[in-house]
Design a protein around this ligand. Structure first.
Ligand SMILES: [Zn+2]
Length: 185
């Protein structure tokens, strides 16, 4: 052998290459996992900034950012009281702005990052928008519709499924809500 490549007719050399590739695959997968987890935290931090704006405006502190191709295209925070609008949840506001930004009523392939698990109205809207993925911070055990009280993410009777990553920066997201209600007492 002068080429420096292993002779694939040699079973042992062949297996060595296969093993090497599978090790590389693991490194690759691991790197991808770390990258995705960093990305999720980064976008969740932006959603937390939105929630802080809601807090400052005396609204229940929930924030959301809409991401398309790894870029934030819209932001929203709870504004129901200020706008006298029961539908003005963080997710709905982000979706409305996102639709305008993409000039499309469907946001196929986009992802939303929300500090708190969405309610049934918002989950309905995310499904209508054909969102690819929902990432949220803390579960809402009273009204959540993405796994706690209801689960509209994978209901077979609906015509769209949405991928979910829960509990990203859970502590920070939950803390804001707890501080808010403590300040109301
Ligand atoms: Zn909602």
């Amino acid at each position: 052998m002068t080429s420096g490549y292993p002779d694939f007719r040699d079973k042992r050399a062949f297996n060595e290459v296969i093993n090497f590739e599978s090790v590389n695959q693991d490194i690759y997968k691991n790197k991808k996992k770390i990258f995705n987890s960093c990305k999720e935290k980064l976008f969740m931090k932006a959603a937390i900034e939105e929630a802080e704006k809601a807090f400052a405006e005396n609204e229940v502190p929930v924030g959301a950012v809409l991401v398309s191709q790894d870029e934030i295209i819209a932001r929203g925070h709870n504004s129901s009281i200020m706008l006298n609008d029961p539908t003005a949840h963080a997710e709905i506001i982000a979706l409305r702005l996102g639709g305008k930004a993409l000039d499309n009523y469907r946001l196929t392939g986009a992802e939303i990052y929300v500090t708190i698990e969405p309610c049934i109205m918002c989950m309905g809207a995310l499904l209508h928008a054909r969102l690819k993925k929902l990432v949220f911070g803390a579960y809402d055990h009273k009204a959540g519709a993405a796994g706690s009280v209801y689960d509209l993410s994978c209901d077979e009777r609906l015509n769209h499924r949405i991928e979910i990553t829960p509990l990203v920066l859970e502590v920070e997201c939950k803390q804001l809500i707890q501080d808010f209600f403590k300040s109301k007492r």
